[in-house]
Structure formats: structure tokens, C-alpha cells
Design a binder for this molecule. Structure first.
Ligand code: ZN
Length: 318
């Protein structure tokens, strides 16, 4: 796979904070006004006499690239550790929201840039070794992302040949980090914003760089014209803290159960790989390192190796 293909596939963050041209003025607002869906008692396909679980979704229509929270309340006993949550063949971890809780939760990503459709989240479990399953409907709706044109340094669009080795090594390293999350839930409740600022470029914008390369903005940009302290939005373990070709000085936090958040273009790092951080720990200062057309914070999020809008972490969790 070429670097350009990797970039096109959205492997790298793509940021700006200066003036930009918006090509279509379609509203990019996420539909947050939908009423919360009711709790649905779920009967196993194999046994319709008694509900095995009550299932509840934080929303039943969800824009592509966004998170939905599934709450699973057991109504009958089942084999321990047999609970599985799947959305279109991708398995998402189920966990207890607190150590004492009887119910389970699972965060599920509606894949970014995928077509609107009616789909379902599948729940599987075992009773005395026998497999059972049930499903809850969910509708993927259009995220209505905008399009914008950006100008950045030419070498960040067509990287010089000598940097290809470095770029490929970084892709490999990050891929490995996303495959080795701690099987532990570090975070509690909703995430906070990493800096006290406003969004200058939302998640999901289609981007045309220097009039040619097309990409998608797989994170959101927060305004930071001067260096601002960046704080961990939730507890976790620092999985990476180093200089990367595209995102510059970068921090990746592993929050456990395949959930990561990413901080790009920083001017200073105050943490190192392996450090444990809590909500509010200073990670460093914002900046304009890597592929950035001006100073800002690029905030990204990944769950089960799928990028999604980090804003959901401040909203669906409680
Ligand atoms: Zn960005």
C-alpha cells in the first residue's frame, strides 16, 4: 500500500486551523434531539418464554462515525464471560460500568463513511454451554459531513522518499498499539474536553489538500492559537508519546477495552509511554507540529481499530 493510499484511507490525521473554504453549506449538526428509545426486553431467538436481558441504546438512529452506548441488564443467569456484542461482524467489548454493577455496557461505533441503513446490534451468550443470541435494531443515518479545502506544506502531501521508511514504521507501531489494549476499564463516566476551547474543524470533513489529495478528517480540531495545556479527558495508560511524521508530537491514551484517544500537533509532551494518567492530568501543550496549517489540538478517538467522533465520549457515557 502506498503512502498516498494510506493517507487516502485516513491513516493519518489531517488538520488545519486557519481560514478554510467550505464547499457545501449543508448543516453538519448531529441529530441529538431524538428522544431516548425505550428499554426493550430481549428474548433469545431460541427461547421466547422469558426475557434474558433488557437492552437499551443511547439512541436508535446514529450518524455514521458516531458512538452508541448499549446497556445490557441480565434477567436470567447465563455462563460467565460468555456475553458477546457484535455490530456487522465487528465484536465490541462488553464491560460492567462499575465493579459493583450487575448490568453490562458496550460502546459500539457506526462505521464512518458508510451508507445509511437499517441494521442491528447482536448480543450472544451461553446458558449451560448452549449458545443463545438476540438482536436490537439500530439505524445508521447520514452524518452529513462537510467538505473543505486546505493548504499545507508540500512534503506532507508527497512525503520525500527518504521518509517513507519512517512513515511505514509509524503506521506499524500505531497499528500494534491499537491491537494491544489493556483488558481493563480505566475510565469512569463521561469524558471531558482535553482543552477548554471550541471546535474549529469537526470530525468527518471531506478534505482536499493543496487542490489535489482527498482525505477525511478523522478527529476534531479544537482552537488553540497559543500553546494551551492539554488534559487527559479520562483515566488511562499512555500508550505512545513521541514525534510522528504526520501528527507531530503525539500522545495516545489507552483507556482500556480497545478504546484510545489521540492528541496531535503538540509543542511539548509532559508524559511518557507507560505513565498512568487520571482525568485532568496534563499531557503537554498544544502546537502546530506535523501536518498542520496552524496551531490547534487535533483530538482523535479509536474503538476496536475504528476511528469515530470523540465528541460522543463526552455525551453517551454517564
Ligand atoms: Zn485534526
Amino acid at each position: 500500500m502506498s503512502v498516498v493510499a494510506l493517507m487516502g484511507a485516513g491513516f493519518f490525521s489531517a488538520c488545519q486551523s486557519g481560514p478554510r473554504v467550505t464547499e457545501n453549506a449543508q448543516a453538519a449538526t448531529v441529530n441529538e434531539s431524538l428522544p431516548l428509545p425505550p428499554v426493550i426486553p430481549i428474548h433469545a431467538k431460541e427461547d421466547s418464554t422469558a426475557p434474558a436481558f433488557d437492552l437499551k441504546l443511547s439512541a436508535n438512529s446514529v450518524p455514521d462515525g458516531s458512538l452508541v452506548l448499549l446497556t445490557i441488564t441480565p434477567r436470567a443467569s447465563f455462563d460467565q464471560d460468555s456475553l458477546r456484542v457484535k455490530f456487522e461482524d465487528v465484536e465490541f467489548p462488553a464491560f460492567h460500568p462499575t465493579e459493583q454493577a450487575a448490568e453490562y455496557e458496550a460502546l459500539v461505533v457506526m462505521p464512518f463513511n458508510s451508507k445509511p441503513r437499517k441494521s442491528r446490534i447482536e448480543v450472544e451468550w451461553k446458558v449451560s454451554g448452549k449458545s443463545r443470541s438476540a438482536e436490537i435494531p439500530v439505524e445508521v443515518i447520514d452524518g452529513r459531513y462537510r467538505s473543505e479545502k486546505l493548504t499545507v506544506e508540500g512534503s506532507k502531501i508527497d512525503p520525500p522518499k527518504k521518509t517513507l521508511k519512517r512513515i511505514m514504521a509509524e503506521v506499524k507501531e500505531i497499528g500494534s498499539i491499537y491491537r494491544h489494549s489493556d483488558r481493563k476499564k480505566y475510565w469512569t463516566g463521561a469524558f471531558s474536553l482535553p482543552i477548554d476551547s471550541e471546535v474549529t474543524s469537526p470530525f468527518g470533513n471531506k478534505r482536499v489538500y493543496n487542490g489535489k489529495m482527498k482525505s477525511f478528517h478523522q478527529g476534531l480540531d479544537l482552537r488553540a492559537r497559543t500553546p494551551l495545556p492539554i488534559h487527559a479527558p479520562a483515566n488511562g495508560r499512555i500508550a505512545l508519546a513521541k514525534d510522528l511524521y504526520f501528527t507531530g508530537w503525539t500522545v495516545i491514551i489507552d483507556h482500556g477495552y480497545d478504546l484510545f484517544t489521540i492528541y496531535g500537533h503538540m509543542s511539548r509532551l509532559d508524559v511518557k509511554a507507560g505513565d498512568m494518567v487520571t482525568n485532568g492530568t496534563q499531557l503537554g501543550l498544544s502546537g502546530a507540529t506535523g501536518r498542520a496549517s496552524g496551531p490547534h489540538l487535533h483530538w482523535g478517538a479509536v474503538l476496536v481499530r475504528q476511528k469515530f467522533n470523540p465528541e460522543g465520549l463526552t455525551r453517551v457515557l454517564h
